[in-house]
Design a protein around this ligand. Sequence first.
Ligand code: FES
Length: 287
Amino acid sequence: MGVSTLLDRAAATSWLDRVARPLRAAAGAVLRPRGLRELLQGVPIGHALHPVLVQVPVGAWTSAAVLDLMPGQRRAADVLISVGWLGALPAATAGWADWSAQRPEHQRVGLVHVTANVLALGLYAGSLVARARGRRLLGRTLSYSGYAVAGTSAYIGGHLVYRQAAAVNHAASVPYLAPGDWSAAGPLSDVPEGRPVARMVDGIPVCLYRDGEHLYALADRCSHLAGPLHDGDVAAGAVTCPWHGSTFDLADGRRRGGPATAPQPSFDTRVRDGQVEVRYRSVRNRS
Ligand code: FES
């Protein structure tokens, strides 16, 4: 059985939710300030911050592993292991912020990822202690073991992103699937006033919202984790996703808040002979 299959099984192991629950509650308490949470989730840079911060421990520990093979580089290797250890802390905090707003299947595999990272940190901490006591062979054995575990953990992180699609833009395919021209979205009389509804338009779920003279259309599947926007609440010109509370401007899909880091694809609208028509608002079509 492959490692991916084992991780798929972990994703389906519901008893892990008992471990996830208090960690999620702790994230809610510790990361309550909105600015801090959004910074850690990568909102200012437009996607998750975690993979950026991970460069510090990965780079430092890789360099230490090389220096440990070179004569006269002991001190430099020790310093780099410490740098990697300290650099892992902000990376872990950013990962925690992402993890706290993921689906249960992601969180279960995320717990395996965290367990491997904690083990790697423990091995590196033991290595630093051994090195400080002059036990170089033990120190190097522990750090190479930590490096192997950290590499395994990186594989698990890749599984989360590339296989389970955690922390990716779930609306990214809309620009590729949407036809460039106007498409029928059903009769205007079927779109109630003041309540979002979903319509399939050329195979794309679209959320329509009617507010007096104005008719808005956004891709219905939330960019965060594909939550159904038509089940969300609308207030002050924005719709809030019912799953994790990301909020998007109805007029242009701009993100106003929540864990989503990408905007929501938006559509131009018009009414012809009582029929609603929408057209994906590509960069070219944006006024
Ligand atoms: S799916 Fe998470 S905020 Fe929409």
